[in-house]
Design a binder for this molecule. Structure first.
Ligand code: SF4
Length: 208
């Protein structure tokens, strides 16, 4: 097989998807994604491509999928390590779930400047990486954190309040959608998003 090349500057979503689909394993995919420059603005401003965390076994009990890296994630190259990550770790532990047994990914692997919402073409390009990651991990249970992630799995008309609290079958996977930890932080420790996020993680734990 010819050596795989990372997607070029301004590559179309198809090119990213083809490259990702040809990656035979996680390490190959991670190496290619780290050199991806398909999104010109993100490639020019990012510090790291945040490919995602996987358990040492390579077979996670569940896969958590957020929207995009923030400042701390961009600095460190790891997902959910800032304030949102600290709250996520705390709520996972309260729900009886072990982050070390989970894969932690994002829809978009490069930080949008100023933490803006990723643009539709960026989501379209980066989707190829995520689709192949889910295949390689053989992900059976997915938790979509926040509306962007929920829409990626469940469709553009998704309303978080209507879909949370129960699994949805998508491509043979059980997909749970819930609030992003940043919403739980924004509304405070007594706010509804924090309670809902914890309740949803507890429901996932019970289902596992
Ligand atoms: S966001 Fe995804 S598709 Fe865009 S440059 Fe980064 S890794 Fe490539």
């Amino acid at each position: 097989m010819a050596a795989l090349r990372p997607p070029r500057l301004d590559a179309a979503p198809d090119e990213v998807a083809r490259t990702a689909a040809a990656a035979p394993d996680w390490d190959t995919l991670a190496g290619l994604a780290r050199s991806c420059v398909a999104c010109p603005e993100l490639a020019a401003t990012r510090e790291h491509v945040v490919v995602g965390d996987v358990p040492a076994s390579g077979r996670p009990r569940l896969v958590l999928v957020g929207e995009a890296p923030g400042a701390t994630e961009d600095e460190t190259g790891r997902p959910f390590v800032g304030k949102s990550g600290a709250l996520l770790d705390q709520l996972l532990a309260e729900a009886g779930l072990d982050r070390a047994q989970a894969a932690v990914l994002n829809i978009v692997k490069c930080r949008p400047p100023g933490n803006r919402t990723p643009k539709a073409p960026e989501v379209a390009r980066c989707s190829g990486w995520l689709r192949r990651q889910l295949e390689l991990l053989d992900a059976r249970v997915v938790v979509a954190l926040g509306l962007s992630s929920a829409k990626w799995f469940l469709g553009p008309r998704t309303v978080l309040g209507q879909v949370r609290g129960r699994p949805h079958e998508v491509d043979g996977r059980a997909v749970w959608a819930t609030y992003h930890p940043s919403a739980a932080i924004r509304f405070g420790p007594n706010g509804a998003p924090r309670a809902a996020l914890l309740a949803d993680l507890q429901a996932v734990a019970a289902a596992l």
